[in-house]
Design a protein around this ligand. Sequence first.
Ligand code: FAD
Length: 141
Amino acid sequence: MSLTRIVYCSESVKHIGSNEISDILDVSRTNNAKQAVSGVLLFNSDYFLQCLEGSRAAVNSIYCRICCDQRHHNAQLLAYGEVSERLFSAWSMAYIPWTEATRTMIAQYASGSEFNPYHMSSESVIRLLEAFGRSLLKSEP
Ligand code: FAD
């Protein structure tokens, strides 16, 4: 069973508040855990950036379902492939809140001053995700 990682970005179609993010995270954590899928979600009020990792079948089926979700549109794959290990093995869906620390981290990997995942290279996105993984591990109690 190939361990596969999908990374995509998308745009919110309307204002998404913290309640809606909580709803998305709740359903994601329940569904992903059932399929041994892990990952991370970042949302900055305009753009989503999400990483899903697990079996090829599971991440593809979840990704297809996510693409049909009318809360966002214009999903664009930033990276897809087999990987030797997970970046977010401890999280069925970690969430990176949009804070000053997040902006600072993103600024190391993005070319512009504003966060726009559509303009990031696959390599930069993976390096950013690796940085998120390290920071999540550090913040573990
Ligand atoms: P149901 O809950 O039966 O809903 C039917 C349809 O309505 C689906 O197409 C669903 O996408 C859509 N829908 C559900 N709630 C709303 C709403 N409030 N407004 C508009 N449309 C709605 N799910 C996961 O399992 N794993 C993930 O990692 C994951 N990540 C997500 C990331 C983002 C950015 C978004 C927007 C959604 C994500 N979801 C994720 C949710 C996913 O899109 C589905 O809503 C969820 O998996 C339930 O699927 P379902 O077929 O049971 O749909």
